[in-house]
Design a protein around this ligand. Structure first.
Ligand code: PLP
Length: 409
């Protein structure tokens, strides 16, 4: 049976209350899931039940409610470990999202960087996988170098190979580009990074919502994702790290719960993951994130990936019927989104006209200015998909683009 007939799209959509609300007098067509996804009722209910019936701090209380809350929190850590096929639950660090995960790792390896050391990132990185490295590199006298991409938006692996040297400390690449949709061969990148003794980090912000992630099979050392892009609440994400790698990293933030012994002569730190979770964690959001992982698991990540591939094929063919439309990002392996420009129009105007039709897309630089520079653009329009996106919504987008073109060109 094909993905399109096997996938319970009507039942899925019924789970998402936001999808039922109208927008500008039309049914909402939400095509901005790469920015953030909507939440199924199961996640909303779980959060509500936690706050109404189970809420108490984690890790500190001497009372039953706190023990139960801690068990739920640590249960989600174990659930996330299984979801990503981590070696053990202690490899899962709860963070706010990918941005915090990269800042954490960059700050944690800062003391290891020496003048002239190099951190390699690809040209297609989100700013959150560029700027944190630049901040620590500037302090350490290290250098952040971009790995080139070709005209289709594919990573130049040969160039990467040529850039690697004994100076390379870390290679950090995005798994799926939020600007181009490219799926990068991260296992190959990890193999190359390891060949010179460098660490490999993967930004999974756009891959984790759409495909099964097996961190051990990817072969990287560190992997990050954001819960709010995976049907979960805001303010929670995961940094996975191989345990020996996490254990070798300095703390990121200081505060409660990340310590072993504190004196004015010096402080010793707890083991991972707690060493990296200073202060009261976002434990309610973590519980909600657990419900999101359960939802995704019940649906099946492979089925989600098949549906995504179906939508992408459908959208690619449909968008190519719009006169003057040029897709930006034509890699052989893509996922989750289509970025495009239309001759004679500005993406911001397209976004406004679509909005009047109830169609929500993202327009702008998508936090990937080096990608825009690589393609000689200031901005693109981007339609991105979630587990609840339908081909009928893609049709509405294409109709809207024809209207926008009639008005603007
Ligand atoms: N990396 C990629 C590829 C993204 O698309 C995003 C967000 O859009 C991020 C990183 C940053 O994620 P967050 O804002 O959740 O930290």
């Amino acid at each position: 049976m094909s993905a399109s007939t096997d996938y319970p799209i009507d039942a899925i959509r019924a789970d998402f209350p936001m999808l039922k609300r109208p927008m500008n007098g039309r049914p909402l067509v939400y095509l901005d899931s790469a920015a953030t996804t909507h939440k199924p009722q199961q996640v909303i209910d779980r959060l509500s039940r936690f706050y109404s019936e189970e809420y108490a701090t984690v890790r500190r209380g001497a009372y039953s409610l706190s023990h139960a809350s801690t068990a739920l929190f640590e249960g989600v850590r174990a659930q996330a470990a299984a979801f990503f096929n981590a070696g053990r639950p202690e490899e899962i660090v709860f963070v706010r999202g990918v941005t915090e995960a990269v800042n954490l790792v960059a700050t944690a390896i800062w003391s290891r960087l020496r003048p002239g050391d190099e951190v390699l990132v690809s040209t297609m990185e989100h700013h959150s996988n560029i700027v944190p490295w630049q901040l620590v590199a500037a302090r350490a006298g290290a250098i952040v170098r971009p790995i080139p991409i070709d005209d289709r938006g594919e990573l130049d692996l040969e160039a990467l190979e040529g850039m690697l040297s004994e100076k390379t400390r870390l290679v950090s690449v995005v798994h799926v580009s939020n600007g181009l949709g490219t799926v990068n061969p991260v296992a190959e990148v990890a193999r190359l990074a390891h060949s010179v003794g460098a660490l490999c980090m993967v930004d999974g912000a756009q891959s984790a919502p759409h495909m099964a992630i097996d961190v051990q099979a990817l072969g990287c050392d560190l992997f990050a994702c954001s819960g709010h892009k995976m049907l979960g609440p805001t303010g929670v994400g995961v940094l996975w790290g191989r345990y020996d790698v996490l254990a070798s990293l300095d703390p990121y933030q200081g505060g409660g719960e990340m310590i072993d012994v504190v004196t004015f002569d010096g402080t010793t730190f707890d083991d991972p993951p707690y060493r990296f979770e200073a202060g009261t964690p976002a434990f309610a959001q973590v519980v909600g994130f657990g419900a999101a992982l359960s939802y995704l698991s019940a649906l099946g990540m492979d089925r989600i990936a098949d549906w995504d591939a179906h939508l992408l094929d459908y959208a690619t063919a449909a968008l190519d019927t719009v006169p003057g439309l040029r897709r930006i990002g034509t890699a052989a392996h893509r996922s989750g989104l289509v970025s495009f420009v239309i001759d004679g129009t500005h993406p911001a105007d397209i976004g406004s006209i679509l909005d009047q039709e109830g169609i929500a897309i993202r327009v702008g630089q998508h936090c990937v200015q080096p990608v825009m520079a690589r393609f000689g653009l200031h901005s693109t329009a981007r339609a991105s998909f979630g587990v609840y996106t339908t081909t009928a919504e893609v049709d509405a987008l294409v109709r809207g683009l024809h209207t926008a073109r009639d008005i603007l060109v």
